[in-house]
Design a protein around this ligand. Structure first.
Ligand SMILES: [Cu+2]
Length: 379
């Protein structure tokens, strides 16, 4: 049987090892160790300092993000309003959200004269838009019935080429959606063959800029076989804005870099941040309220949700062949539309939000005021 020698214990000197007879060696070793420790200590201090700086920067960014709604590194003007923001918001009448009636006749004539305009998109925040009809942003809501002919005349009263692309049309876009030069006017027709709620917008390059500058709107095509009866019908067009300055002292223009990075300063329903918080959309208890929602973007979806209730019916992507029931939130994609029915019995203030809350925070929020409730809203 072979036996192995027990291993030398740690710290005990092996009898084979030459005892360190030179005290000088020990001292040199100690010196080196000392220097190494000092270097490590200095490095540690530097690292801690760097980490602190990074943490400070992160905190700063987070702080400005909370205030400005962006941590992208772009300068954000989110939340920067005129001094008397509350008064300004109250004094400005809300953009009408009610669905307008359907014009009679087989042909519905839609005449749009594009115009450069300065509008307010939030209290005291001015922005230079390219307006589809000289009536601000979004363009007018168009309401027709399935089977009607829509005759569109676009007149370009602006300073650069523009066009109009209807998502409700089945038509060769190179003809119908072509550019109208400044001063030019032309007409095309399409049959409203597909019911639902659709976006229309300028399709001139760069489309991102033309949509970001306010060239969009909604067209509602009622189905030939009507939807279940609704007591009230509202149209909400979601969109976001990218500002090159605050817009408080002088009107802002589009910041194309921010729009490419999808770092908006403001998000709205019907072109003005939080306008239906200041001026809630009314309903009576027990009424069926229908919402036609379009996400115009240019790039942000609307995750449509009403706080405190559940949609009784939802037609995602305006597929009217069926509806979903008991739905909490539906994503309306940028460039898409959806229809929602809600019936609320209890009086109260029910927040209407983009449940991607970054955008609610930037102004894509409103209130449905059912009855005459007491107290303020929660969101
Ligand atoms: Cu345009």
């Amino acid at each position: 049987m072979t036996s192995y020698p027990a291993p030398a214990r740690y710290g005990t000197s092996s009898p084979d090892r030459k005892p360190d007879s030179s005290g000088v060696g020990v001292r040199i070793l100690a010196l080196f160790l000392g220097i190494a420790v000092a270097i490590l200590a200095v490095t540690a201090v530097v690292l801690v300092k760097t980490a602190d700086d990074a943490r400070d920067e992160a905190a700063l960014a987070a702080g400005s993000s909370a205030q400005n709604g962006s941590s992208s590194g772009f300068q954000s003007f989110a939340g920067k309003m005129g001094g008397n923001a509350e008064e300004l918001a109250l004094a400005r009448p809300a953009t009408p959200a009610e669905l307008p009636p359907i014009p009679v006749g087989d042909v519905v004539k839609v005449k749009l004269t594009v115009k450069d305009q300065i509008v307010e998109i939030a209290p005291g925040v001015k922005y230079r838009i390219w307006s589809f009809a000289g009536t601000g942003v979004p363009g007018p809501v168009i309401h027709v019935r399935e089977g009607q002919i829509v005759e569109v005349t676009i007149t370009n009263g602006g300073s650069i080429p523009h066009s109009i692309d209807f998502h409700a049309a089945r038509i060769a876009p190179n003809e119908a959606f072509r550019d109208a030069m400044p001063g030019e006017s032309f007409t095309y027709r399409f049959v409203a063959s597909d019911p639902g709620v659709f976006m229309y917008h300028c399709g001139t390059k760069p489309v991102l800029a033309h949509i970001a500058n306010g060239m969009y709107g909604a067209i509602v095509v009622d189905p030939a076989k009507p939807l279940p009866k609704a007591d009230r019908e509202y149209v909400l067009v979601g969109s976001e804005f990218y500002l090159d300055r605050s817009g408080v002292d002088e009107p802002a223009n589009l910041d194309m870099t921010k729009s490419r990075a999808v770092t908006p300063d403001w998000a709205t329903f019907n072109g003005y941040a939080s306008q239906y918080v200041t001026h809630p959309l009314p309903a009576k208890p027990g009424e069926t309220v229908r919402f036609y929602v379009v996400a115009a973007g240019p790039s942000v979806d609307v995750r449509f949700h009403i706080v405190g209730t559940i949609f009784d019916r939802a037609w995602p992507n305006q597929d009217l062949s069926r509806f979903q029931t008991g739905v909490q939130t539906v994503a309306v994609p940028a460039g898409g539309g959806a229809i929602f029915d809600v019936k609320i019995d209890d009086p109260g203030l029910y927040p209407i939000v983009n449940h991607a809350f970054a955008y609610a925070d930037l102004g894509q929020v409103g209130l449905l005021k059912v009855g005459n409730p007491k107290g303020g809203s929660t969101h």
